[in-house]
Design a protein around this ligand. Structure first.
Ligand code: NAD
Ligand code: 89V
Length: 343
């Protein structure tokens, strides 16, 4: 198979990981990059040896023949850029949060469906190897049918120095981080019928909420709690680990700090270390996330090669984004919110 020709739009903080991952993946290469900030364009172009550089995405689509585009800008530009890709019949990856609103996201899915091009949201947390290990235990049937889950991300890590925009938006933890944890809850326990949410802002220096606690009814009958905090000072900082507790009819799964997985099931108790590998270009503590970037981008290449729908397609991600919308609505009203009414 000929190597797929990709372009990256948005050469900021996180795109560096995506560029490293593209270099590691056989079957695809980034042939052009775009950023409206000339300094970012130069930094990324020089670091990764990309000669074709554009300040304007429209000029890039007009000037290049592309097999896909990887959109790594922040949410306000996602809809115009995905719609531009659809108009040019170029398959698109779009970073999370998929869009600022569910209405925008639905329009983006429609644009790509109408154009007949694949669309994947870069929702990488479910691709972290410890989370995949939990999924594998569920698939083995060892703990029976899950009836309870707790998916937890609690930290006091300074995310604002790398991503200053996170301190300024009216929405913070649910939209930026909770979105990943809600997606993991869907990945492990299935779709959700109702969500009840409480939020708080503990850090006075930021505009949005930095604590969120969500109680969810899953269509499977399971109940879960998704709890997120950037105001939790612990003896050992766990960033960016997601901790998981699942109880099933025949046993339990515990993914604890330092990637320790304990499974108690029909075959007894097994404890294993499911630490992610430290890739040569990765750095602690981000290596868990960085490894998942390689995994999701490989999945995209496989999907394009086989003509299959990505696990976190635009259509799938509407259900994760709907949880974000519902969580904010429920935090404001202090009432449970039904998901099906939003979709
Ligand atoms: P950033 O601000 O550092 O980078 C964004 C870049 O996009 C900037 O260089 C900006 O100039 C450029 N840009 C914006 N609009 C553009 C346009 N229309 N055309 C060309 N260039 C444009 O942001 P970041 O921290 O790298 O975050 C980017 C996205 O990645 C966000 O949506 C964020 O939520 C997401 N993110 C995801 C993960 C993850 O694990 N999946 C982690 C961090 C950030
Ligand atoms: O993964 C993310 O989306 C990041 C962070 C881990 C800092 O929340 O923005």
């Amino acid at each position: 198979m000929a190597e797929l020709r990709g372009a990256l739009i948005g050469c900021g903080f996180f795109a560096i990981n995506q560029m490293h991952a593209w270099r590691d993946i056989a079957g695809a290469a980034i042939v052009a990059i775009c950023d409206r900030d000339p300094e970012r364009l130069k930094i990324v172009g020089d670091q990764f040896g990309i000669a074709k550089r554009y300040a304007d995405a429209a000029e890039m689509f007009a000037g290049e023949t592309l097999d896909f585009v990887d959109i790594a800008t922040t949410a306000p530009s996602h809809r115009p850029l995905v719609e531009m890709a659809a108009r040019h019949r170029v398959p698109a990856i779009c970073q999370k949060p998929f869009a600022p609103s569910l209405a925008d996201a639905k329009a983006m899915v429609k644009a790509c469906t109408d154009a007949g091009v694949p669309l994947m949201v870069h929702e990488n947390f479910r691709w972290q190897s410890p989370i995949q290990a939990v999924r594998a235990v569920l698939d083995s049937g060892d703990i029976g049918t899950p009836f309870f889950g707790r998916i937890s991300f609690r930290s006091a890590y300074d995310v604002f120095s790398g991503q200053p925009y996170l301190a300024t938006g009216k929405r913070f933890i649910i939209e930026d981080l909770g979105i990943h944890i809600l997606d993991i809850a869907r990945f492990l326990l299935g779709d959700v019928s109702t969500i009840t949410t409480r939020t708080a802002r503990i850090n006075p220096e930021i505009a949005g909420e930095d604590v969120a606690t969500m109680l969810m009814d899953h269509k499977s009958g399971a109940t879960s709690v998704v709890d997120c905090s950037y105001a939790t000072k612990l003896a050992t900082e766990p960033f960016p680990q997601t901790l998981v507790e699942i109880d099933g009819g025949d046993g339990t799964i515990r993914l604890a700090q330092d990637y320790q997985l304990t499974v108690t099931g029909r075959s007894g108790t097994a404890i294993s270390d499911v630490s992610p590998p430290l890739l040569p270009w990765a750095s602690r503590p981000w290596h868990n996330i960085q490894e998942s970037v390689v995994a999701i981008q490989k999945h995209w290449v496989d999907c394009l090669a086989n003509g299959t729908e990505p696990a976190t397609s635009g259509a799938d991600n509407l259900r994760t984004l709907a949880l974000v919308e519902a969580a904010y609505a429920g935090a404001a009203s202090r009432e449970p919110v039904q998901l099906d009414a939003l979709l």
